[in-house]
Design a protein around this ligand. Structure first.
Ligand SMILES: Cc1cc2nc3c(=O)[nH]c(=O)nc-3n(C[C@H](O)[C@H](O)[C@H](O)COP(=O)(O)OP(=O)(O)OC[C@H]3O[C@@H](n4cnc5c(N)ncnc54)[C@H](O)[C@@H]3O)c2cc1C
Length: 411
């Protein structure tokens, strides 16, 4: 078996992994990035629309343009990128070094040894099976992301007339993408009383194309012996049922962080995010193991994923040098109006950036940070919705044991 040694190994060459690699390599470390795909960029490669990079590069880019920029940053910083390599397993030795086993058609099996590892493995889509939609098992049922890949990377069309289930951003973007390619979109059906995607995507992908959005409706059944012929939709308020004729159903019903490798190592997971529990350095409960991007928690924007990953890369580099990081003794919690606050722990006496997912919708809300009951930071948030992540920076006073975040609606 081939052997390879490095200071920092980064698993995943999407927007997050490349950013972590660039940061760790810029700190002078020997960095290896591994991805199972044949090109860098992860999900960015199939996102041919613009809207990427406004915060990270101060420019509006398409997904592939963003990926190219990030790849260049990582390579110019000195990171080595290994493509077409799947990480099949990871283990930790008693001396705290980490070992990943890589599999590839070109190189066979390689053992990669590292002092620190950053996991940036992205997420996968929830499917029809995850939300238990009954009916026929006909052809023509896709997740929105797999239809996006089909259309944008292979140039094939999934069908002629589609119904989109779920108004998450991928579904909205695919509604417009379908229309651009001449596929009729009968409707986007959303179980919640409000859309799940960003307001800009509702405007640019649905309203601009007169695509109906049916809120408080669910897909009750898929019909069609071989190919999809129709879907039955239920209005959850009136209980009325009706059908749409269509040959294609796209599901955009959420994303699941991809963390099988971390779970296999016994890393503590956060049920609110589906990702690992981390401290302010993006370090998991096992020292030397870091996580960032969509595998840590699902991000709306790649820019935030990249900024977070930069922190993970810098911290992994520091860990590789010193074998430890300042201990994160302050526990983080949040009010019920927030689904989660990330990180779960932070280092007293230092600054930390926190990310949140609200559970409520309101026009104006106050976000407050308390350290041991004393207010340390606050900010007004406008147009708060579960679809949009919130962020806040706070200086954590030395000696703090508890940091709590409260989100309160302002009338
Ligand atoms: C349809 C869609 C539209 C979007 N639109 C926008 C937008 O307009 N603007 C915006 O800013 N953001 C947008 N986003 C969000 C943004 O693209 C993502 O949040 C971001 O790109 C995620 O990056 P990541 O590196 O965390 O994950 P990914 O890009 O998923 O990268 C993970 C990588 O890890 C690799 N990997 C996983 N497991 C292994 C393993 N075991 N071995 C080797 N490699 C592995 C995968 O191959 C993959 O390349 C969109 C996302 C989607 C899906």
């Amino acid at each position: 078996m081939k052997q390879l040694n490095c200071d920092v190994a980064v698993i995943g060459a999407g927007g997050a992994g490349l950013s972590a690699a660039a940061a760790a390599a810029a700190a002078g470390k020997n960095v290896v990035v591994i991805d199972r795909e044949e090109s860098c960029g992860g999900v960015l490669c199939q996102c041919i629309h613009n809207g990427f990079g406004l915060r990270y590069f101060n420019e509006e880019l398409t997904g592939p343009e963003y990926a190219l920029r990030m790849e260049r940053c990582a390579r110019e910083s000195g990171a080595r990128i290994m493509l077409g390599e799947t990480v099949g397993s990871v283990k930790r030795h008693s001396d705290n070094t980490l070992e990943a086993t890589l599999f590839s058609a070109a190189n066979g099996v390689t053992q990669l040894n590292a002092k620190a590892m950053v996991f940036a493995t992205g997420c996968r889509e929830r499917t029809r099976a995850n939300i238990a939609v009954p009916g026929d098992r006909s052809a023509g049922v896709y997740t929105a992301g797999s239809a996006q890949k089909l259309m944008n990377l292979t140039g094939m069309l999934p069908g002629k007339r589609a119904v989109i289930v779920g108004s998450g951003d991928i579904g909205l973007i695919m509604a417009r993408r379908c229309r651009w390619s001449g596929i009729e979109v009968a409707a986007v059906v959303e179980i919640l009383p409000e859309p799940s995607g960003l307001p800009r995507n509702i405007a640019q992908c649905l309203r601009d194309f007169d695509i109906p959005l049916l809120l408080s409706h669910r897909c009750a059944r898929i019909m069609g012996r071989n190919r999809v012929e129709a879907v039955e939709i239920e209005n959850l308020i009136t209980k009325e049922r009706f059908t749409f004729q269509c040959d294609t159903v796209l599901f955009s019903v959420g994303l699941i962080p991809e963390n099988e490798l971390l779970k296999s190592m016994g890393v503590a997971m956060n049920p609110a995010t589906g990702g690992p529990c981390v401290d302010g350095n993006c370090q998991c409960a096992l020292p030397g193991i870091f996580a960032a991007g969509n595998s840590l928690h699902v991000h709306d924007l790649v820019d935030f994923a990249s900024l977070e990953a930069r922190r993970a890369g810098e911290a992994a580099a520091e860990y590789a040098s010193r074998g430890k990081l300042p201990s994160a003794d302050a526990e983080v919690s949040c009010s019920k109006s927030l689904k989660y606050a990330i990180p779960n722990k932070c280092v007293p006496g230092s600054a930390c950036e926190f990310f949140f997912r609200p559970t409520v919708s309101c026009a104006r809300a106050k976000l407050t940070a308390l350290a041991d009951g004393q207010e340390i930071a606050k900010k007004m948030c406008i147009s708060v919705r579960p679809a949009e992540m919130l962020a806040m920076k706070a200086e954590i006073p030395a000696g703090s044991a508890k940091v709590e975040f409260l989100l309160e609606e302002c009338k």
